[in-house]
Each structure stands twice: as C-alpha cells, then as structure tokens.
Design a protein around this ligand. Structure first.
Ligand SMILES: NC(=O)CCC(=O)C(=O)O
Length: 261
C-alpha cells in the first residue's frame, strides 16, 4: 500500500498558543493540495517549552487542539497527526498527541512517557502511562514523542503490535541532531519499520532547533531529510517494504523474551 505523508516542519511562537493555532491551517491545506494521506506536526507546537506558564497556556483537556484538528481534518479531507501539545488534565500537565482521521474522528491519543530532564519536563509534566496504536488506511502505526526514542525497549513494546510505521514528533535541539538521526535510523532497523521524525525549527530562550526532519525506511535508509528552514515536505512510502524486510530476516520471531526479564 502506498501512503503519502507531509512533514510540517514549523517554527513555534514561544508561549503564544493563539499565534501557533493560527499558523497550522496553511500547512494542512498545503499537505492536502499535495494529496497527502496525513500531515504530521512537531512536539509541543501550541506553546513550545514555556513550561513556567503552563497553568495559563496549556490546553485544558486538549479541547482546543481536538476541536481545531478535527475541523481541519474534515475541511481538507486529510488525516492529521497532531504532533504534540501541552495539555492540562486533573491538575497536571502533559505532553500529548492526538491523531485524527480524514472525517475528523480522533483515532489515537498518547502522553509522552519518558520526561526529558534537560528541558525540565520532569519538574512540570506528568508522564503518560499507555502506548498507542492506530491505522492509516488499514496500515498499523504507533507514535512516541522525542526523548522516548532513547528507550528502545519502549519502541519495541509498541512495535510488537502489527505496527509498520513509527511517528516521532520532536523539539530536538541543534547540538544533538546527529544523535537524533542515528537513534531514529536504529529504531527503524531494529523494528523493521518506517520511522517518520518531525522536528521543529527556530529557537526559544534556551535552545536552537535545526529541523532535520527525516524519514527512514525499514532498512534504516534515509529516504527524506529536511534542512533547517520552516517548510512542508511530502513523501510517498510503500508500506509492503516492511513485509519484505521482516520476511528476509525474521528478527521478531528470533527474539528470546524468556531471557529479557
Ligand atoms: N524534547 C525532547 O524530548 C528533547 C530530547 C533530546 O533533545 C534528547 O537529546 O534526547
């Protein structure tokens, strides 16, 4: 099955949700014009890492995000991977993903499981407690968030479903971009999956973000890499490639979970 994805590598206005919400429609429209099945956004695009002000700016229950993304999905007849946004639930803050089909139905949600101390997430955010699985035209996929990719056991857990594509929205700072690409390539190879990583560009008071959004195929070959400018890029993948790779080297069947505890 051929699937077409648009990677929306955007800049994010620090602590200004209204500005960020106003920006995303043009990228959804552009992706729809390019006949993408799904458009994918980066991490925490509603507020950036303005964590001190989360009580004022995080999205209560993700309601605004869900409302806006559902409406855009319906308007442009396109699936939307909502990257992630800061949300507020039951007095706690989360880094949350919402995913919508082209009719505007929410098909998945996820809260970042591994909180990144170097960007103070552990001080301000609560960690997620579940994995996700959703389908794109019948093809199973999973999604994690940024720092989660440093935990191969977590992505493996997700990939032990029938997943063939792993999505990774991110705000990954420029000095570690080489690690970003190497980690994503490794996750693609070991899970014999496509990996689609969408990073932001621009800067906030603490970090610069150099884009380098990427797509790896199930052999870990880089099939798309963006530069450090705001842009939307579209790529078509052949998901059957995962079956060929898994058939030629049965890594999943050769696992020894009896020894892994
Ligand atoms: N936003 C993040 O989770 C950043 C993760 C990161 O930069 C890393 O090196 O890991």
């Amino acid at each position: 099955m051929k699937l077409t994805f648009s990677l929306a590598q955007i800049d994010i206005a620090f602590g200004q949700p209204a500005k960020n919400f106003a920006k995303i429609e043009q990228f959804v429209k552009q992706a729809a014009d390019q006949e993408a099945d799904m458009v994918v956004f980066p991490e925490m695009w509603n507020t950036g890492y303005d964590l001190i002000r989360l009580n004022d700016i995080a999205d209560p229950n993700g309601d605004q995000t869900k409302h806006v993304l559902a409406a855009l999905a319906r308007k442009y007849n396109i699936m939307i991977h909502g990257g992630s946004v800061s949300t507020k639930r039951d007095g706690k803050f989360y880094n949350s993903t919402y995913i919508f089909d082209q009719e505007g139905h929410q098909i998945a949600d996820y809260d970042k499981v591994h909180l990144f101390g170097l960007m103070a997430e552990d001080e301000y955010l609560a960690a997620g407690d579940h994995k996700d699985r959703f389908e794109i035209k019948g093809i199973a996929a999973t999604s994690v968030i940024c720092y989660d990719i440093r935990f191969p056991e977590w992505l493996r857990t997700q990939s032990l479903t029938d997943s063939r594509i792993i999505f990774v929205p991110a705000e990954w700072p420029t000095p570690r971009l080489e690690q970003w690409r190497k980690l994503l390539a490794a996750r693609a190879i070991e899970n014999q999956s496509f990996v689609i990583g969408v990073n932001r560009v621009g800067s906030d008071p603490d970090n610069r973000f150099g884009g380098s959004s990427v797509v790896y195929d199930p052999l870990g070959k880089e099939v798309l890499r963006l530069n450090d400018r705001e842009q939307l890029a579209t790529i078509t993948i052949e998901t059957g490639q995962t079956d060929k790779v898994r058939g030629s080297m049965p890594v999943f069947a050769d696992r020894r979970p009896d020894l892994y505890e």
